[in-house]
Design a protein around this ligand. Structure first.
Ligand code: TRP
Ligand code: SF4
Length: 431
């Protein structure tokens, strides 16, 4: 079983924990964050890798950063909104924001020219991001950033064909630009830790779960380029120097760090190892990465990620711009919105009479799902709808009318926001 980032599969979210080692995004991770937003409270963000390091940074007021990307293909629909909701939240609690426009990936995997990709990125995505409330930040194009491309190429040295075949299921006929796309994405994710872009600090990549292969791959690449490996062993940790260069100096430096932040147990030069008692792994990891940079290493911290669930299309399958009749686009006109909502799959009974008697099923209802994805932010209001649906008090006609009103208002406001955004775009985009 593989996850295909370029495919359109539906996910059984439960299986992802076991099969891929994605961790559950438990309440303990978000409940102390300022004003927990709806995507946490409603478990739309359901999985993660390494979020603890981000939580630690937030708690201790250390710098941390967000890097995510957009694929400039098709139009922006409601399913795409959830990433930017998260970015806006993280920006409000102090992260610096970097957004990659994946124009190289769109070229390599979807057949767009770089020129078309640029136009789509701006008109469809970036203007909407600003209209949605994103404050000035850094948005760049993969094809225009030399550091991203250099990193991709240089880091590729420690990967090979077998590895990318195994992760992505590439075939012999896969074009090589496509094969290289995950390296570019790793360049995206890691370059923000270069001094020029803010330096060494924890990086969070909020994405849909289809992107997990890229995250795993990028974490492996970052790890492969570390000069130390840090291995927790029950009560203690082992710090090992990986290569054969500067072994003594690297051990000296590590010993100093260990003495500062923990307790040295043993140093074994012939094993290239130091064993220590440490209670804060994040600090050790960070301090060792810093040392690596003095010895010409990249010293990248493994990037962290979160994964959100995909919103369903109006027929119950995945929402996708390739099936426009079942997606609500942020640029849809009122008439289209009305038509689409009226045709949407609900959890209603076969007749109004039956529904009054037996109630509806909000958990099987696309209208209700759209409400949960932020169209209704207030939990109390949402749970009233849930209860009134269950009890048969609320009928689908009323509910769809409410959905139409909320969505068309929302879309109308965005439209105005996009006009204003046109003037502000220079504060965001790096050409
Ligand atoms: N592959 C992502 C997509 O299909 C786009 C992307 C490019 C990205 N670089 C990234 C996402 C870096 C997160 C981080 O949507
Ligand atoms: Fe869905 Fe509303 Fe109908 Fe319930 S009443 S099934 S929530 S549309």
């Amino acid at each position: 079983m593989i996850i295909d980032p370029w495919g359109s599969q539906k996910y059984e979210y439960e299986k992802l924990f076991e099969n891929f080692g994605i961790e559950r995004f438990e309440e303990r991770l978000w409940k102390d964050l300022p004003n927990p937003p709806f995507f946490f409270r409603r478990k739309i963000v359901f999985g993660h890798r390494g979020f603890d390091i981000i939580k630690n940074a937030i708690k201790k007021r250390l710098p941390w950063t967000i890097l995510t990307g957009l694929m400039p293909s098709g139009k922006m629909h409601f399913g795409h909104k959830i990433v930017i909701d998260q970015v806006i939240y993280y920006q409000s609690i102090g992260a610096d924001i970097h957004i990659a426009v994946a124009d190289i990936e769109a070229f390599a995997t979807r057949g767009y020219s770089l020129k078309d990709a640029k136009k789509i990125a701006i008109d469809e995505y970036i203007l909407n991001y600003i209209a949605l409330g994103l404050k000035p930040c850094r948005i760049y194009f993969q094809s225009k950033n030399e550091d991203v491309k250099d990193l991709a190429y240089i880091m590729a040295k420690k990967s090979n064909l077998s590895q990318v075949f195994a992760i992505y299921g590439f075939k012999g006929s896969t074009n090589m630009a496509h094969v290289f796309a995950p390296f570019i994405q790793a360049g995206d994710i890691l370059h923000v830790q270069m001094d020029k872009y803010g330096g060494l600090r924890p990086t969070l990549v909020p994405v849909g779960v289809d992107q997990d292969p890229h995250i795993r791959f990028c974490r492996d690449l970052a790890d492969a380029h570390r000069l130390y490996s840090i291995v927790p062993q029950n009560e203690r940790i082992g710090i090992f120097v990986k290569g054969d260069e500067n072994v003594k100096e690297l051990l000296d430096n590590a010993e100093e760090i260990v003495n500062k932040y923990g307790e040295l147990i043993e140093r074994k030069d012939d094993y290239k190892a130091i064993y220590a008692k440490i209670n804060n792994l994040f600090i050790i990891d960070y301090e060792l990465a810093k040392i690596e940079r003095k010895f010409d290493g990249f010293g990248f911290l493994l990037p962290s990620s979160t994964y959100h669930r995909f919103i369903s299309g109006l027929d119950g399958n995945k929402m996708s711009s390739s099936r426009p009749q079942y997606a609500i686009f942020l640029t849809d006109e009122n008439e289209e919105i009305k038509r689409k909502i009226w045709a949407a799959k609900t959890g209603g009974a076969v007749s109004a009479e039956e529904q009054r008697k037996y109630g509806g099923k909000p958990e099987d209802c696309i209208i209700y799902e759209i409400f949960t994805y932020g169209i209704i932010e207030d939990d109390k209001e949402l749970s009233e709808i849930y209860n009134d649906c269950k009890s048969g008090k609320l009928l689908c006609g009323q509910c769809k009318k409410l959905a139409y009103e909320l969505i068309s208002n929302f879309v109308q406001e965005l439209k105005e926001g996009r006009e204003e955004a046109k003037e502000k775009i220079k504060e965001y985009v790096e050409y």
